[in-house]
Design a protein around this ligand. Structure first.
Ligand SMILES: [Mg+2]
Length: 320
């Protein structure tokens, strides 16, 4: 027999917060350039080079522009007629170094409460605050403090969700964007999941959602009626996850992002590197590249092992 979630032992109930920055890259650009504020804006790759939209401001979203859309689609509604999808749309190239720096500051805020922080992307993280540094009893209090600190320290807004597991915390943060805070209490979890349309479930993608519709599954309540056997028959291993989330259960732990022990990058050069000093200066250009990928060069300097492969280009292939 299953106990309703609210009656589960307190010791087993986790407190999870999910934090999601609002239209992150686009909001950073609007923060840093006052002339962009209140205007439709996309951050992304160039429309002329088959780039995609990495982020769209809320003003742009009103025109149906969203992330992962080809940049050219965001710009032009009707290619032949040359009609703009969104008049006055501002296009900005991403500044990942800036976004990474802000992400680091946000993680520093999270760490004031717990080390159990799992970054999902630069703008999104799960925190397990069951045990927290400040002995705050409610996850919702921590979520509110975090939102306030993020705004004070970065002038950016975040939306947070708090609940008893990762799935519910993620669903909670999706309820009230931007700048929202939603709590799903244990006693409300089952009812929340039951009324949820299947395509709104985190972890049920477009393809399985369409398949569920064809099987007559439209809501969480419908999903809960199906047996584990039936769900694994139709959806393989994912069926297990679906079976659990239909019951508002998710035992996946928040996994603190591990510190990497080693990383590598390599490059080859158009011209021969001579003398040896040039090899070393070139090593630093590789380090700069790694630094761009958010690894601290200072931390790496202690243990660099440069490996220099050398080969001679055959004479007949040399330029002259
Ligand atoms: Mg976000």
């Amino acid at each position: 027999m299953e106990l309703p979630l609210g009656q589960e032992s307190v010791a087993r109930t986790r407190k999870i917060v999910h934090v999601d920055m609002d239209a992150f890259y686009a909001s950073v650009e609007q923060r840093d350039s006052p002339s962009y504020r209140g205007k439709p804006l996309v951050v992304g790759g160039s429309p002329s080079q088959r780039g995609v939209v990495a982020a769209a401001s809320y003003e742009a979203r009103k025109f149906g522009i969203h992330s992962a859309m080809p940049s050219v689609t965001a710009f032009v509604f009707d290619v032949a007629a040359g009609i703009a999808k969104c008049p006055g749309l501002i296009f900005v190239r991403p500044r990942f170094d800036v976004y990474r720096e802000i992400s680091t500051s946000i993680h520093a805020i999270f760490k004031r409460y717990t080390d159990l922080v799992e970054g999902v992307a630069l703008d999104e993280a799960y925190l397990d605050v069951t045990e927290n540094r400040q002995n705050i009893p409610y996850a919702s209090t921590i979520a509110r403090h975090i939102k306030t600190a993020i705004f004070q320290e970065t002038q950016l807004t975040a939306t947070a969700g708090a609940s008893i597991n990762k799935f519910l915390a993620k669903m909670a943060s999706g309820q009230n964007k931007p700048n929202g805070l939603t709590v799903i209490l244990p006693e409300d979890a089952i009812a929340f999941v039951e009324q949820l349309p299947i395509e709104k479930f985190h972890g049920i993608g477009e393809v399985p959602a369409a398949k569920m519709h064809s099987l007559g599954i439209h809501t969480g309540a419908d999903l809960k009626e199906r047996s584990l056997t039936e769900l694994t028959h139709h959806f393989g291993k994912a069926g297990q996850y679906y079976y659990k989330i239909a019951r508002a259960e998710d035992d996946r732990p928040v996994e603190a992002n591990r510190v990497r022990k080693s990383i590598g990058a390599e490059t080859s050069f158009a011209q021969d590197l001579m003398p040896l000093a040039m090899c070393f200066s070139s090593t630093f250009s590789i380090l700069a590249y790694l630094n761009n990928r958010n690894y601290s060069v200072a931390a790496l300097l202690g243990g660099i092992s440069p490996i220099i492969y050398s080969y001679d280009t055959p004479l007949d292939q040399q330029a002259s």
